[in-house]
Design a protein around this ligand. Structure first.
Ligand SMILES: [Zn+2]
Length: 124
């Protein structure tokens, strides 16, 4: 068994596209999902430390118990949890990636954008 980790939005429209993308991207059998509304903004802004801590608690389980092969932070079109523009969401996602990299420097960390057609692409 092999795993990677998605820090994804709770939005039902992005679940399957992100899981399918990440299974191929990291060549794994399973994708552990940590879902919050607009998690890229939550990690970028660090305003709600309880939620940030909860995300890292779950991330730790995926990394330590499942040996996660990679971590993805996801932003998407028409996000109710993070209604910022695409450009601003990109900045949130990059900041969120930095935040995770400070704790997990030896695991690949990528950013994803899910478009209005629910197509997934990697950003960096
Ligand atoms: Zn969303």
């Amino acid at each position: 068994m092999s795993f990677c980790t998605a820090i994804n939005c709770m939005d039902g429209r992005v679940q399957l596209p992100v899981i399918e993308f990440l299974k191929k991207r990291f060549n794994v059998n399973y994708v552990d999902v940590i879902s919050e509304p607009g998690p890229n903004r939550i990690l970028a802004e660090q305003n709600n430390l309880n939620v940030v801590e909860s995300i890292f608690d779950r991330l730790r389980i995926s990394v330590r118990q499942h040996g996660s092969a990679g971590i993805a932070v996801v932003g998407h079109h028409d996000c109710a949890g993070n209604p910022a523009s695409q450009q601003e969401q990109y900045r949130h996602t990059l900041a969120a990636m930095d935040c995770i990299r400070r704790q997990y420097s030896n695991i690949p960390i990528i950013g994803l954008w899910v478009s209005e057609n629910w197509e997934v692409r990697e950003i960096s």
